[in-house]
Design a protein. Sequence first.
Length: 218
Amino acid sequence: MKTVQLRSGEKFQPGKIIGVGRNYQKHIEEMKAQGGAEPVLFLKPNSALHKLESPLPVPSGFGEVHHEIELAVLISRAGSRITESNAADYILGYGVALDLTLRDVQSRAKQNGLPWAVAKGFDNSCPVSVFTPFVPQLLNADLEIALKINGQLRQQGRTSEMIFSVPFLISYISTFFSLEPGDIILTGTPDGVGPLLPGDELELSIENVGHYHTRVRS
């Protein structure tokens, strides 16, 4: 099983990664999709994890692979049917993640009413940083999210633009999936998603969480 870690060096084995789709209005619009009254959820397996600082092994032969920068939430302890008011008690850390997506595969799945499992859950599709320990001030902070590729700004947004907040997501998700220590929630991506190419240099940052550089393996 792959692991993630806190800045302290403590390691965890995520049993599951829960992704949230359509959580930023401008991203919904760029994808020509529709939002809903409830979050759109999908799962990535442990094998999707990859260290963000290591070169990204993007698969070929399946069409475009798109970048989606996201705030990642690391769960601290077991819980189900968690209330929004208690959500902060279940957060161990915040991290910077990429939700890599086989966009052409996903588009075909959408057209045929099929799940997104392959498009979202393939090996190494969840590069994630070391996690910054959570402090209560982060819960309602308005954090800037930004991704540059080869020096050009591609994605930029703020966590205040989320349709569904972190406490709501923890509460909603734990209604259906019991959360366990080390589980990760990906909270959605701002607009500006697009394809990655071999050799691309990426600069990723989330305010008060971390600033990282990585590249797509040539």
